[in-house]
Design a protein around this ligand. Structure first.
Ligand code: HEC
Ligand code: HEC
Length: 215
């Protein structure tokens, strides 16, 4: 009996010994290093995408299937730019962006799950919702084409660093623009704030009507 236990223990210790060199290869890469790794390694990216698709099943309760939200106060994640999503993960993690539920959600995810969900959502298509108030949306287009296009692009799809806003949910757009304008600590951004400071509530309504209907 003792002999058998010794045998099992020895086998277990050997397994540990075999396993250790890999673990001793260094600490796990941080989020940004791992993201760069995935961007330059298609096989790893593919593996993380599949992890992300599994994670997304949890998020679907609020953000909708494939990141097309069905609640107007919850943002779409579909078609969102990877660098922007990564930045929001950082902001929820370090408290620059406050939303208690999402802060907890991000804390509960490991780096591969975070990167995986970014790759998954960035690859999904946004469902187009045409405007229900054309005159208001046209007024929004005028404001958009005077300023917002400079960073978010003519089509509202953003860029590597700037958020996609085309087709975003209307209640979420309204709240977000009001938060930037108010400059409270819920959500601040030194680039967005000066661009919304002078908008009236009516301007915001017009922008919401236009941006949410952009394909
Ligand atoms: C209980 C509902 C709920 C669940 C579940 C949920 N979220 Fe969210 N999420 C929200 C809300 C609401 C916001 C908007 C917060 C705000 O107003 O700033 C948000 C915002 C976000 C944002 C920022 C989007 C943007 O355009 O800036 C990301 C990224 C995000 N969630 C990812 C996830 C991921 C990944 C999961 C699953 C692991 C998830 N969420 C699960 C409700 C939820
Ligand atoms: C000088 C560049 C710039 C201009 C001009 C600009 N934006 Fe932005 N916008 C950004 C950046 C950068 C972010 C990401 C900020 C963050 O991380 O919170 C952003 C974020 C946003 C978001 C949040 C997206 C999300 O998913 O939560 C909305 C909505 C938005 N902008 C709308 C607008 C509108 C409407 C205008 C015109 C009135 C505008 N922006 C003008 C750079 C700009």
């Amino acid at each position: 009996m003792v002999q058998r236990i010794r045998g099992v223990l020895a086998a277990a210790l050997m397994a540990v010994a075999v396993w250790q060199p890999a673990a001793a290869a260094g600490p796990k890469p941080d989020l940004d290093t791992r993201f760069k790794e995935a961007m330059s390694n298609p096989q790893l990216a593919d593996q993380l995408y599949k992890t992300g698709r599994k994670v997304a099943a949890v998020c679907a309760n609020c953000h909708g299937e494939g990141g097309n939200s069905t609640k107007s106060s919850v943002p779409n994640l579909a078609g969102q730019n990877p660098a922007y999503l990564m930045e929001q993960i950082r902001q929820f993690s370090d408290g620059r962006r406050r939303y208690e539920f999402m802060e907890g959600m991000i804390r509960a995810m490991n780096n591969d799950e975070k990167i995986g969900m970014v790759l998954f959502y960035a690859a999904q298509e946004v469902v187009h919702k045409p405007s229900s108030n054309k005159p208001l949306a046209d007024r929004g287009a005028d404001i958009f084409n005077k300023n917002c296009f400079r960073c978010h692009g003519n089509a509202g799809r953003g860029s590597d660093q700037v958020a996609r806003i085309a087709g975003q949910q209307d209640e979420y757009l309204r709240t977000t623009l009001q938060r930037y304008r108010a400059g409270t600590n819920v959500r601040v951004n030194s680039i967005m704030t000066p661009n919304v400071k002078l908008l009236s509530d009516q301007d915001i309504e017009a922008l919401v009507a236009y941006v949410s209907s952009m394909p």
